[in-house]
Ligand binder design. Structure first.
Ligand SMILES: Nc1nc2c(c(=O)[nH]1)N[C@H]1C(S)=C(S)[C@@H](COP(=O)(O)OP(=O)(O)OC[C@H]3O[C@@H](n4cnc5c(=O)[nH]c(N)nc54)[C@H](O)[C@@H]3O)O[C@H]1N2
Ligand SMILES: Nc1nc2c(c(=O)[nH]1)N[C@H]1C(S)=C(S)[C@@H](COP(=O)(O)OP(=O)(O)OC[C@H]3O[C@@H](n4cnc5c(=O)[nH]c(N)nc54)[C@H](O)[C@@H]3O)O[C@H]1N2
Ligand SMILES: [Mo]
Length: 922
């Protein structure tokens, strides 16, 4: 029992206990007596208390029967022995008068309230018994023209009551500072930065302003508060690994809008342009709606049975002729856990090969592998919520304000409040601009800079002796190897300032809680796994692991890439990360699946491509991954796919890969399916069907299960809950997971049998017992070593906020109006040498291929580096990227390609064909 004294305050005469989350009188009252007990207007629980409108006024006495004072409850702290009075004649009169004054400026005929009774202002007015305008003063906002310039929001300032919630949401949640209140008194109104039209402002379209607006003065184009809907379905976003909780509004069986639920652990009511607005792809006319079989080079429509029978016949033929290892599967990190689970089961148990992989291979496989070597578990050690408990952030090779926008915004907010930030990135990202230490290293030199940081910490004797002694092994050798590193040499190769690295290292080591995040700038490198292990070293020698506000935290990419690997979509590990090379493991799966488990090691994605070209792999089945556009060296991928006898592609759109398929099977989007996704902080969250599958399509889990049955495997009819139960039986860290237990907020694995989940890993001990300190020397990338003479620039590729990977989805939404092409960023000095100006078309080429891109000259990139994205098939940037890969996991080296750029006068079309000399240079 806690010995702490319980603190009590009184609401309307009754005692209530003050809890740790009761910061204001308002949230104290609301938590016990409901939302409606005290009316509010300018308050939003996700924003700092503002105290402007005073509609939430209450009376407070400090002693029983003592004199009372009227206070704004939203920004008055609740205190012990306060006597709070929420309702009396005085208060009603005061509130009524305030709202009547507010209404002076709000047109009674605005209309929102009549349709859906969904206007907060109207609700408050109704509750207070106000039915008409009392004051007849001129309406200050009358006649301000509607601003319809934005793709996703409307501004109708006629309705505005100057509560400032939109401005505060933009500042305090998103951190974009786009909206301001301009003018004074009666003249004051909301404007955008530079007084631009909303659509021309620097708005990032997160929608936080529309979401908080109490009157529809700013509203979503899709979700005006005045439109009545049939129902709202809570689900989880299918873009990035943040895993935002969303609420889909449904009318006539169509998704008409997406918003965020009030309660959400992950995103607290926030989300980004993609989660909130980029859902229009789901019923886009381009959706695949019937199975297709290619005959004589042309797709012909087929029934599901025809397609299944065709595949069955071909698979049987191929496995009979060449054995099951001539078949391979690539699973989708966009699909649910249940779908990934049944797919790997089909490949392993119904077909009989370990040739199964997923996009983690080209994304965070070095993270999973590297962390397994050092800690024993290859997943984020902490929770996103820990951001609030950290004192310093170190962001290495990640651009979260673009790629994980809700997490990025949270970090940004904390940094603006004074927490320290170290960024290692060759690009001046949005976070880099705010960083105390921006180490603008050359791509491919993370190992050099991390060795420097470790060296400076050890030399300054700033390591955590207790942690090193009690929780790690290998320190004696480690310190010797790190101390011998040559700082001047490493600073030179990385192109960084030694002093800056030293200061950053000391800041990381001396902050109370240092929290690390990393992304693809770490993993998509030849020394990717090594970098991950050095990051783990840094956390271990400074004791930044195993408690709140610290840790090693990969920002996993896809919505369910964590889950795809957890479910066994990797060649070397089955569901639950059991090594399939181990005989005991094979016996375990044999018993569970009821068929003999394959013993031969499976192929990784790049090995599947080589196998296809060598005719060892004859059939590939791909679910939701556009390898032609997104894997490196597109021409090589195309060659591999064209070498196959059977290519099955399960897709929602005719992607570049689907075009090469023998059979295309139309799957469904996340809005049409049930199941679970696991986000970057190991949180398993529910995906709930919002609308039925489009006619002609089937959920991906159903397709795979149908096929298993066709192949004669005894798999029950697809039901996501039943599959989840099977997963819980096999995967130890899912032991206590059931759909009911996941509830609204989900659970973070490992989940014990009784349903207890885990926010922080490695608290007392590592899975390996002691953490393993490992050291590595920096080595120049082979890609650079081999090609730098002919191709002196280094290309690094990444993403923009508005588009998502192959962008099959985001290109089919209004996001295309905001960004419609991949741009090539070139440093002014490099541009000068090549007579390139902003707006010119540059020919970007390497030993693999060439593409044409519009150039932007900018010092955002380091000299010698060019930067672009890979979202548009018209550009096909991966024509240029190469076969460099992480030495341990084969993760593609997308962050380092040797290239050259040349000005060209006419735009030429990118063609997917290999350069003749390709064989020598890749
Ligand atoms: N809007 C949007 N969001 C996405 C995606 C998307 O396509 N669009 N994709 C999702 C996916 S699959 C993933 S994996 C994540 C990826 O998200 P992130 O991990 O943030 O990946 P990137 O933006 O590709 O690269 C991160 C940063 O690495 C830097 N970098 C390049 N080379 C180096 C280097 O040698 N060292 C260091 N330290 N940094 C380097 C780049 O400049 C870039 O700023 O995003 C997910 N979210
Ligand atoms: N140059 C360069 N290339 C890169 C990267 C880079 O940084 N630079 N990053 C790499 C990384 S980290 C990754 S993860 C990969 C991502 O590469 P992909 O996984 O190929 O990218 P996505 O666009 O996410 O593609 C998924 C495909 O799934 C389909 N899809 C979406 N939802 C569903 C569904 O529910 N069911 C089915 N059946 N299909 C669905 C979409 O239409 C899309 O075609 O790209 C890699 N490529
Ligand atoms: Mo990724």
């Amino acid at each position: 029992m806690s010995s702490e004294k319980r603190k009590i305050a009184y609401i309307d005469g009754k005692p209530y206990e003050i809890g740790p989350n009761h910061t204001s009188v308002l949230n104290f009252v609301k938590s016990y007596l409901g939302e409606k007990k005290v009316p509010t207007l300018c308050d939003d629980p996700n924003l700092a208390p503002y105290g402007a409108c005073r509609v939430c006024s209450v009376e407070v006495a400090l002693v029983k029967d003592g004199p009372t004072k009227v206070v704004a409850s939203c920004h008055t702290p609740v205190g012990e022995n306060q006597y709070i009075f929420t309702n009396n004649e005085n208060l009603t009169a005061l509130r009524k008068n305030i709202v009547e004054l507010v209404l002076t400026d709000h047109p009674m005929e605005c209309g929102t309230c009549e349709v859906n009774n969904n206007c907060e202002l109207q609700d408050v007015a109704n509750d207070l018994g106000i039915s008409d305008h009392r004051y007849n003063t001129p309406k200050q906002h009358k006649g301000i023209p509607r601003d319809t310039s934005h793709d996703y929001m409307r501004m109708n300032l006629d309705n505005c009551i100057n509560c400032g919630r939109c401005v505060r949401a933009c500042d305090e949640i998103q951190g974009s500072f786009v909206l301001t209140m301009s003018g004074r008194g009666f003249e004051s109104k909301i404007t955008t930065d530079n007084d631009a039209l909303f659509g021309d402002s620097s708005c990032v379209s997160c929608g936080a302003c529309a979401h908080t607006c109490p009157t529809d003065a700013i509203s979503d184009v899709y979700q005006s508060k005045s439109v009545a809907v049939d129902k709202k379905v809570r689900t989880t976003c299918s873009y990035c690994g943040v895993g935002c909780n969303l609420e889909a509004s449904i009318k006539d069986n169509k998704v008409v809008a997406i918003s965020t639920p009030k309660e959400s652990e992950v995103n607290a009511g926030h989300t980004c342009i993609k989660g909130r607005y980029a859902f229009g792809f789901y019923d886009h006319p381009d959706r695949l709606k019937t199975p297709l079989i290619k005959k004589n080079g042309k797709f012909e429509e087929a029934s599901w049975d025809e397609a299944y029978d065709f595949i069955k016949k071909e698979l049987n033929r191929i496995t009979k002729e060449s054995g099951p290892d001539a078949v391979a599967g690539i699973s989708s990190a966009r699909c649910t856990n249940e779908e990934n689970y049944v797919f790997q089961k089909m490949i392993r148990a119904a077909i009989g090969t370990n040739n199964i992989d997923c996009c983690a291979r080209i994304c965070h496989s070095p993270t999973a592998w590297g962390m397994q070597q050092t800690f024993g578990t290859g997943a984020a050690t902490n929770s996103t919520e820990d951001i609030y408990h950290a004192d310093l952030f170190m962001v290495i090779g990640a651009n979260p304000t673009n790629a994980h926008p809700v997490t990025g915004a949270k970090i940004k907010q904390q940094v603006m409040k004074g927490k320290k930030l170290i960024v290692l990135d060759p690009i001046t990202t949005e976070l880099a601009k705010l960083a105390d230490y921006h180490i603008k290293l050359r791509p491919g030199t993370n190992v050099a800079v991390l060795n420097m940081m470790l060296h400076f910490i050890l030399k300054a004797n700033l390591y955590d002796k207790d942690f090193v002694r009690d929780r790690t092994e290998g320190f004696a050798n480690f310190i010797k190897e790190i101390e011998r590193q040559d700082m001047d040499h490493l600073a030179k190769v990385a192109g960084v300032d030694k002093q800056l690295v030293k200061e950053a290292a000391i800041a990381y080591a001396t902050a109370k809680n240092s929290m690390e995040f990393h992304g693809l700038g770490v993993t998509e490198q030849e020394q990717g796994s090594k970098t991950v292990m050095l990051i783990a070293d840094l956390a271990m020698i400074t004791g930044n692991i195993g408690r709140k506000g610290v840790g090693v935290n990969p920002l996993r990419g896809q919505n369910n890439v964590q889950g795809a690997a957890d479910m066994g979509c990797q060649p070397h590990q089955g569901a639950g990360y059991f090594e399939v090379a181990d005989e005991k493991v094979q016996n375990f799966y044999t018993e569970k699946y009821g068929v003999v488990h394959p013993t031969k090691a499976g192929l990784k994605i790049p090995e599947m491509f080589d196998g296809a070209i060598n005719k060892e792999v004859k059939a590939v089945w791909i679910i939701g991954e556009d390898i032609v556009q997104t894997d490196p060296n597109s021409a090589h991928v195309v060659q591999a796919m064209n070498s196959l006898e059977l290519l099955v592609v399960q897709e929602i759109f005719m992607s570049e890969t689907a075009k090469l398929a023998t059979v295309v099977l139309p799957g469904t989007t996340f809005l049409e399916k049930n199941g679970t996704f696991t986000n970057t902080e190991r949180r398993i969250q529910r995906v709930n069907r919002a609308v039925p599958p489009l006619p002609g399509t089937k959920t991906d889990g159903t397709i795979v299960t149908d096929m298993m049955q066709k192949l004669g495997f005894d798999q029950p009819e697809y039901d996501a809950d039943q599959v989840l139960a099977e997963i819980a039986d096999i995967v130890p860290f899912f032991k206590g997971v059931t759909r009911e237990r996941l509830g609204k907020m989900g659970l973070q694995w490992p989940v014990q049998e009784d349903g207890t989940d885990t926010q922080i890993l490695h608290k007392e001990t590592f899975k390996l017992g002691k953490g393993r300190l490992k050291n590595f020397d920096w080595k120049e990338s082979t890609e650079i070593e081999t090609n730098k003479k002919e191709y002196p620039l280094i290309l690094t590729t990444s993403r923009v906020l508005q588009h998502y990977n192959a962008a099959t989805m985001t290109r089919r939404t209004s996001n295309i109006n905001i960004v419609s092409e991949d741009l090539l960023l070139v440093h002014p000095n490099d541009a000068n040498k090549r007579e390139l100006n902003t707006g010119d078309i540059g020919r970007l080429y390497s030993g693999r291929g060439e593409v044409a891109l519009k150039v932007e000259v900018t010092d955002k990139v380091k000299e010698g580096i060019v930067f672009t994205t890979f979202h548009f098939p018209e550009h096909m940037v991966n024509m240029v990227t190469g076969h460099g890969k992480d030495e341990e996991t084969m993760c593609a080296e997308y962050k380092v390609s040797a290239v050259e750029v040349q000005k060209i006068s006419n735009q030429f079309k990118t063609e997917i064909k290999p350069k003749e000399n390709q064989a020598e240079v890749n």
